[in-house]
Design a binder for this molecule. Structure first.
Ligand SMILES: Cc1cc2nc3c(=O)[nH]c(=O)nc-3n(C[C@H](O)[C@H](O)[C@H](O)COP(=O)(O)OP(=O)(O)OC[C@H]3O[C@@H](n4cnc5c(N)ncnc54)[C@H](O)[C@@H]3O)c2cc1C
Length: 424
């Protein structure tokens, strides 16, 4: 009996064990199933996310755009040089309304500041192979020399280049651009009188900022000279005695704070005279009295006194025939295009303005090309940003980045520009 009970309890225990095992197995199986489902789902999700990421990365890596530059001035060609070196750009088209010969023979002098020299070197400009002179880190050359050099090196990069000289960009060209498939960037570098951004539907509105400085310009053309690059010369704390001009007598003012700058090449000598707002009676008179002979004599005297010792003096009669000058002092202003960046979603087209098409001075400092060169320092990151930008917010981010950089250049120039370019 005891044995029977024992055996039945054993068998019950065994059954219980079997049951527990079965339940455990069932639970284990369920857990295993759940785990498998979980793992498989996770794997599928991970694979999906991973492949999407890989796909997006490949797509981003493969993304390209076409760049169209309008204008083969110093800023247009520098923009073209930056664009052809971007791995993002598969084709560059440049429109220039005048001939290549005309571009390469631009006779005026440009002076590239040392920061921009380093920037241009990083894009392969070999200053050792350019004819020009160095002074205090600045490189002085004829504009045509710089332009010719860039035109020559553009085809050496892997980007396809199509240079269209003697081809004006107009409304009809806009239709050609619209037909290009895929993303495009148009860089308008057609100078201060350029109209192309208007054709591309950017607003023509400009805002004028005062620099708080008054100035006057003169240019002396010496046609018999060859245009030899010549470093600039600055003379500070000048005063003028206007007592010879009737009642303009200011003997009490021994020192005014005029700054004179002589620059340009040996053929075309330029003089820039600048004085801070509200400086003196002499300045006030030169602003208000419109007597050309006063200004002519001021510039003639300035040139003959401060020219370099190797240069010949100029006579009164030479001055009459060969010097152009502002008849009085005027307020120096920088004009800034309000809309300098845009995106047209229908055509997948970005438009920006650079150089004097974006901002220009009503004065010549001899260093004006540097304002435009500063603008193109943000071109490469901008190209990178817009090539991969898909969502609205990334497109906006790129536009804001460029717009803020453009504003910064203008604000910096108002605060420090003339100080750096003239008064230091
Ligand atoms: C006579 C002169 C003397 C200067 N002297 C000095 C100096 O001593 N120092 C200094 O730093 N700077 C000087 N500058 C200014 C300096 O050259 C400018 O800062 C510089 O030229 C600005 O370059 P940019 O490329 O913005 O425009 P720009 O040089 O004006 O180039 C614009 C280009 O666009 C082209 N273009 C215009 N419209 C169209 C169109 N619809 N289709 C196709 N092409 C078009 C024009 O033909 C031109 O080639 C001088 C400029 C001039 C004109």
């Amino acid at each position: 009996m005891l044995a029977t009970n024992l055996s039945s309890s054993v068998s019950m225990a065994t059954m219980a064990c079997v049951h527990v095992d079965m339940v455990t197995n069932l639970v284990d199986e369920d857990i295993t199933h759940v785990s498998w489902y979980f793992i498989i789902t996770l794997t599928v999700v991970a694979l999906f996310v991973g492949s999407r990421k890989v796909y997006t990365n490949i797509k981003k890596k493969m993304a390209h755009l076409e760049v169209i530059v309008i204008g083969a001035g110093p800023i247009g060609l520098t923009s073209a040089l930056i664009a052809v070196q971007s791995k993002r750009v598969n084709k560059l088209i440049l429109y220039e309304e005048v001939s290549r010969f005309e571009v390469e023979n631009r006779g005026y002098q440009i002076a590239i500041q040392s920061a921009n020299v380093s920037f241009l070197r990083s894009f392969g400009v070999d200053f050792d192979n350019l004819e020009g002179v160095w002074r205090d880190g600045c490189f002085y050359t004829r504009a045509g020399i710089y332009l010719e050099y860039i035109i020559q090196i553009l085809p050496f990069y892997s980007t396809e280049v199509d240079l269209k000289f003697r081809t004006k960009f107009d409304r009809e060209t806009c239709d050609v651009i619209d037909k290009i498939v895929g993303r495009k960037l148009v860089i308008c570098c057609d100078g201060s009188a350029g109209m192309t951004s208007r054709h591309l539907s950017l607003s023509d509105e400009h805002i004028q900022h005062s620099t708080g400085i008054y100035g006057a310009m003169a240019a002396i053309e010496r046609n018999k000279h060859t245009p030899v690059p010549t470093p600039e010369k600055r003379i500070h704390n000048l005063s003028f005695d206007l007592s010879a001009y009737g009642n303009l007598s200011y003997e009490e003012e021994c020192r005014s704070n005029f700054t004179l700058k002589i620059f340009g090449n040996s053929k075309r000598r330029c003089l820039a005279l600048a004085v801070r707002k509200g400086d003196s009676n002499v300045a006030r008179s030169l602003k208000t009295v419109l007597d050309k002979s006063i200004m002519r004599n001021v510039f003639l005297k300035c040139f003959n006194t401060y020219k370099s010792s190797e240069e010949a003096s100029i006579s009164d009669s030479f001055c009459l025939n060969n010097m152009k000058f502002s008849p009085r002092l005027y307020e120096i202003k920088i004009s800034q295009r309000i809309e300098s960046v845009a995106y047209i979603s229908d055509n997948d087209l970005f438009i920006i303005t650079e150089g004097e098409a974006s901002r220009s001075l009503n004065f010549n400092t001899g260093l004006d090309i540097n304002i435009g060169l500063k603008g193109v320092t943000s071109l490469q990151p901008f190209i990178d940003m817009i090539t991969v930008a898909e969502a609205e917010h990334s497109i906006m981010e790129a536009l804001i980045f460029k717009m803020e950089h453009s504003d910064k250049i203008c604000n910096d120039f108002i605060k420090f520009g003339l100080k750096e370019y003239m008064f230091l």
